[in-house]
Design a protein around this ligand. Sequence first.
Ligand code: 5AD
Ligand code: SF4
Length: 451
Amino acid sequence: MTKRLLIRTWGCQMNVYDSERMAEVLAPLGFGPTETPEDADMVILNTCHIREKAAEKLFSELGRLRLVKEARRQGGQEMVLAVAGCVAQAEGAEIAARAPYVDIVMGPQTIHRLPEMVARASRAGGLVLDTDFPEESKFDHLPEARAQQGVTAFLTVQEGCDKFCSFCVVPYTRGAETSRPAAAVLAEARRLVEAGAREITLLGQNVNAYHGEGVGGLAGLVRALAEIPDLARIRYTTSHPRDMGDDLIAAHRDIPQLMPMLHLPVQSGSDRVLAAMNRGHTAADYLRLVDRLRAARPDLALTSDFIVGHPGETDADHAATMALVREVGFAGAYSFKYSARPGTPAARAPQQVAGDVGDARLAELQSLLAEQQRGFNAARVGQEFDVLVTGPGRHPGQIAGRSPWLQAVHAEGPQGLEGSIIRMRAVSATANSLTCVLKDRSTPLQEQHAA
Ligand code: 5AD
Ligand code: SF4
């Protein structure tokens, strides 16, 4: 008998990856996907703890699911309710106390034990709590086959972080930095490519700190991946400026499969704030790095994360961030108002910034970043570049794809090109996407057919 599984995912791409792996470990137990909680024999909430009122959002979602669970029980059906991810890791005990109807609480490092947890939950009842950082790696215990496969895929190569930025929970929720051996990564990449992937994004909280056995660093891993025939595009995220070594910069120069786009969070443009954040680099270090990267790969586009209102941030510090943004010119960025995370050093700092001050700084920064993003997209208009076709477009006769700079592309074109890389020219741009024409087809296809 098949059972229905609903997974809700918040937060970063690592969580997306983990959710896909959870679906796969549960498939042999007969679980298939559903979108509706009322039908679900099991619901997993894969949570994110990085910002905002993560726990409050979780508890209100749990409150709703509790009602569904009770209604199902009255109809003679069970629902196994699981909380996974970083909120589970950080606040497992509180979840158990406040939501005793939850069956499973598990951290990001124990997803391979999920089948056993499900068995224990349905056999014994009561809470199954597994927020260990186990000796064995989850990667050694996850199934090899991927459930579904598209043209683009994520591949986690590294987890955890040893940087301890003042504001960040990651070193506590995802634990110490660990890297998967290169052989395991390469084997997974080959399987993804055999199943149709043309573009792989390597994931890690601190991906350029990768030091997996066998290749000596991320640059070596990228070089090894570039040997896989049919793997047309390689990306990696998220990187730390301190780990951006010479060999990785050289890889951007030498390896055409490495896409000309780099997410390199700087967080702030003020040296005072960067020091308070424990980032280990200055604004000038970052600017020098950007120059070296652009010298290696002139068409490289940069994106970043920013935090405004970190404890102690003054108007002058904020002005320094605005100046850095103007100097670099970002193709896009995520920006956030600082939110105190329990257990982190910044949350204990005396000079917290007032909420409305943070709001104003965020609005000012976001408007500049949005203008830069629009400018970056508009600058593609008239240019020619390769587009990876990912599938049919929203309208009949349209195809959808991805530019080298991760922009969504729409074009008129024949169906069945999924997975092909097609030369196109951009004819117009919006804040989030490009409209393109296939090269040598400057008029839309229907008109060509009509002619
Ligand atoms: N408050 C606001 N933003 C945060 N980030 C991480 N922790 C916090 C926090 N406490 C942001 C950083 C990071 C991104 C993933 O989330 O900019 O790069
Ligand atoms: Fe968090 Fe800093 Fe590590 Fe990034 S580098 S995960 S912001 S501690």
